[in-house]
Design a protein around this ligand. Sequence first.
Ligand code: FA5
Length: 353
Amino acid sequence: MELEQLRQQALAQLEAVADETALSSWNSQYLGKNGLLTQALKRIAQLPPQERPSYGQQVNALKEALLAAFERKKSELHQQEIARSLAAEALDVTLPGRPVLRGRLHPATQVMRDILAIFAELGFQVYRSREVEDDLTNFELLNMPPHHPARDLWDTFHTTVPGVLLRTHTSPGQIHVMRQYCPRPIRVVLPGMCYRYEQITARSEIQFQQVEGLAIGESISLADLIGTLSTFAKRFFGGDRRIRIRNSYFPFTEPSIEVDVDCILCQGENAAGPSATATLPVSSCTLCKGTGWLEILGAGMVHPVVLRHGGYDPERFQGFAFGLGPQRMAMLKYGIHDIRLFWSNARHFLEQF
Ligand code: FA5
């Protein structure tokens, strides 16, 4: 084929190339190892010697022209590809970004941390204790032998293993701490979940948290207990909330007390005179059942029998203990009217904290 004819044919075909595959086959057809241009170059050997230099120059010039045309076409196709993908995958940079969902601590965790922080300032360390207990530690060592009527205070979830149960309160933790630290002085709080086979109401759940407190030493009195609990209540609820201390009964403390806080929903109208800020008449209050007060904890001086079970000599050591309910306290602090909201996973509730 004449060189000029070859040039025209190659350029015309290149013109028609529309994608990378076609470009690649054009390349091997003309510029490849066995391409038409290589064949043209080989023909040089058949020419008379005087024509060879001029023919060689013409073939090389053609090769360079085709290479340049190839590069131009390649870049043209590349630009077309970019333009096509920009049009197809158009991105609207003016759209607002997707909001990043931020997690937060569950209100029960927040309240638990607040409580533990206050007790830390009062010198109490945290001690973790088991949720699955044996009958011995949950009841017997706490001065409730089998068939003791006080066991009826705690409706219990028993497991299928005889004598193994879900703890009904954090008090069995007292035995674990005492046996670990005896005869040293103790000042600990024991947070954790408790379980009771109770009717679920606005103020009672079958699972709820408690924080047990235990202080053991050689000169601890009821005044220390009341001082500790009053300081705690004032720090947690603020100075303007009223607390009241009542006589009570627990088999593992003697004497025993209970501490109530005035009800945030009805402001304890019946209990402590009329209040201008009450949001509900006291008689219809579901939170305090119309009493004006909500019990937040039980407490007392550790019973000598319990001290002995923990390894301490009650002639030498005394101690106080308390068990408070963080959910009841959170209800009072934040005006939550139903304890069931805590474990219901209701987002509208959780998002408020
Ligand atoms: C006890 O459980 C005793 N172990 C407390 C104690 C400890 C007394 C150490 C003396 C010495 P009580 O059953 O009253 O006591 O429960 C203590 C607190 O747990 C209650 O004041 C309340 O705040 C919370 N609580 C009890 N039952 C429930 C329930 N079903 N749902 C939510 N909170 C509860």
